[in-house]
Design a protein around this ligand. Sequence first.
Ligand code: TXA
Ligand code: MG
Length: 306
Amino acid sequence: MDTPADIEGAAAALRAGRLVILPTETVYGLAADASNPRAVAAIYEAKGRPSFNPLIAHVADVAAARRVARFDARAEALAAAFWPGPLTLVLPVADEAAVCDLARAGLDTVAVRAPAHPLAQALLQAFGGPLVAPSANRSGRPSPTTFADAQAETGAAAAAGLDGGPCRIGLESTVVALLDTPRLLRPGAVTRAEIEALIGPLADAEADARRSPGRLARHYAPNLPVRLDVTAPEEGEAWLAFGPGGAGPFNLSHAGDLAEAAANLFAYLRAADRSGANGIAVAPIPETGLGEAINDRLRRAAGFVG
Ligand code: TXA
Ligand code: MG
């Protein structure tokens, strides 16, 4: 990849069917023109995805989203409350050409989100159409939350990249399917409680695994083995502590703040992986609010979730 691009340079690369490293408020993405099957194929190749797992179409706002997906009252309410921001809606597809078959993995549904990051917004405006952007990691690895980590993962496949600094949230967007019963496919920064307050109870993803093909058991995984709920790490383990008194360089939040822990999670997993330790031990994280999303990623990093 060349040096960080400006918005116009990045938009031109996308129009030419090339890939661009895209900062968002959640994690860095590897973006392509959603309507261009060749560009989308290059994303799957760059990530080394084992199968064609559907991608999220990123749009500037709800008006652009309505051109791609069929909105109902629930989708309107959630978009009004949380966009632009870290919420992805899975809806019936409205325009099959705007987000090509390969990007949807052949499904008749499409995942859409309007990211809040100013550089993502600027690129979407300049490009003028939907961009698919999976997290910019190689398949199965932790999502990159800095430009340098994104470059290290998939930078070689990108024609350009935008450096937006460290990601404010640090966890991927919440994914909610609004097809029949509303379903939480992936917990994230917008919490279950915030969504349920607007549209009522959410069913769980695990009850319908076919609908969330991206949710592999071992995912977000560092190279070292990961142990969870550890209050006293063993000799040689890197410890991802949480809360006051947790010693070592990888305390996710000394203050016990879940938002701070989420923002640090993937960068600390990477740093612990590189630290020369023989394993990674993680302190218990409360399951409340953002903790549901943090624990979901940790269980996948440890290979526990089916
Ligand atoms: O925060 C995010 O969402 C980041 C940033 C870059 O925007 N993107 C991201 O994309 O996490 P990705 O591809 O790593 O994860 C997309 C998730 C996968 O679990 C995928 O299976 C699911 O969304 N998904 C996409 N389209 C779907 C569909 N039509 N039905 C069900 N699940 C879908
Ligand atoms: Mg991902």
